[in-house]
Ligand binder design. Structure first.
Ligand SMILES: Cc1ncc(C[n+]2csc(CCOP(=O)(O)OP(=O)(O)O)c2C)c(N)n1
Ligand SMILES: [Mg+2]
Length: 356
């Protein structure tokens, strides 16, 4: 059925914070230990400044390939990765810098990777979309939308097959959920989960756009969590801009998946406060007002507000944290810029499991 232009326009608008009743008031939940909250704040600021520097590096031609940053979504990975335990496996798509940094890859090695340098996290061979750090539980970093989902579900099966109690945190976007790979993998996750053989925690990062297409324009079933119902996978939603709320669900959901061996899904409603990728300048698919409105719920500003309100921290300490992180990221950029290109002898190493 054809839609009129007006109908099309109407459907463009994404969910706004006001529509969700989530503007000024935050959900009622337990207050965190202020020291812990401060640590999260410090890390989230580091991630934001890292992403700012990465965008600058791309726009000034120092970073090649392509680049997608995580700004605005920090509370999601920060909250869920707090539930990470050694032996777990983390897998995501291409918006992956924050996940690597949270799991323990250093800003130096991640930045050098974006610069394609030999000192990079994967020796300059992966770039922004293919970060990998197995010692820290990070299993990538994938550029093909939906392509990592069957891999994540398969890894979850292998963890139980090998009789470990690890789980897989599988991050996917609102665009990726329409991909056939999701539906095949979710079907198997639900099926294997009946026997306790699929500890996959699906983390659906619904930032409301897949590149330039809003959820409303991509699917007739806009309640994305409902897609998991088809496969017998239970699910819930969380406000992905609210770190405290994410932390609460993350720990509860990870425990549930670990103990049951059954998959579970959490849809985190979030928003990227930046363009889709480094070449998305015009952002014709959304209005400036909408972005402005969501900026009021910037997850870092919300944590900052909470810290200041609790009296745990002063404005002065806030700027000190920013300065310290700025220094850390400036050093990472310098390290990346000054690092050597990968050596020519590395051309064929680490490409195939058995070298050719
Ligand atoms: C199989 C495939 N189709 C299309 C693309 C181009 N593409 C890159 S990102 C993207 C949107 C994905 O959106 P979503 O899953 O919501 O992730 P987000 O960018 O919002 O984090 C598309 C279509 C791709 N990389 N792979
Ligand atoms: Mg999206």
């Amino acid at each position: 059925m054809a839609t009129t232009q007006n109908e099309g326009k109407k459907r463009r608008t994404a969910t706004t914070p006001a529509k969700r009743g989530a503007t000024a008031e935050r959900q009622d939940h337990q207050q965190l230990d202020p020291q812990k909250l401060l640590d999260f704040y410090r890390k989230m600021v580091e991630i934001r400044l890292f992403e700012d520097a990465a965008q600058k590096g791309f726009r000034t031609g120092k970073i090649g390939g392509y680049l997608h940053v995580y700004s605005g979504q920090e509370a999601v990975a920060t909250g869920f990765l707090d539930a990470y335990e050694p032996g777990d496996r983390i897998i995501t798509a291409y918006r992956d810098h924050a996940h690597a940094l949270l799991l323990g890859s250093t800003p130096n090695e991640v930045m050098a990777e974006l610069y394609g340098k030999g000192t990079g996290l994967v020796k300059g061979k992966g770039g922004s979309m293919h970060l990998f750090d197995v010692k820290n539980g990070f299993w990538g970093g994938y550029g093909i939308v939906g392509g990592h989902i069957p891999l994540g579900v398969g890894m979850a099966y292998s963890l139980r097959y090998l009789k470990t109690d690890g789980i897989v945190q599988l991050y996917l976007g609102d665009g990726a959920i329409h991909n056939g790979a999701f539906h095949e993998a979710a079907n198997l996750a639900g099926l294997w989960g009946r026997d306790g053989l699929n500890p996959t925690l699906f983390i659906l990062e619904n930032n409301q756009y897949g590149m330039g297409t809003s959820v409303e324009r991509a699917t007739a079933q806009t309640d994305l969590g409902a897609k998991f119902d088809s496969y017998g996978i239970e699910h819930e939603k969380v406000d992905g801009m609210d770190l405290d709320a994410v932390l609460e669900v993350a720990h509860r959901a990870a425990k549930r998946v670990r103990e049951s061996g059954k998959p579970y899904a959490v849809e985190a409603l979030t928003y990227r406060l930046v363009p889709h990728g480094a070449a998305d300048f015009l952002e014709k698919y959304r209005t400036k007002e909408e972005v402005r409105e969501w900026k009021q719920r910037d997850p870092i500003a919300l944590v900052e507000h909470e810290l200041l309100e609790s009296g745990e921290i002063s404005e002065e300490q806030i700027s000190q944290i920013r300065d310290e992180n700025k220094k850390l990221i400036d050093e990472a950029v310098k390290f990346a810029e000054e690092s050597p290109e990968p050596d020519l002898s590395e051309l064929k190493t680490d490409v195939y499991a058995t070298a050719v």
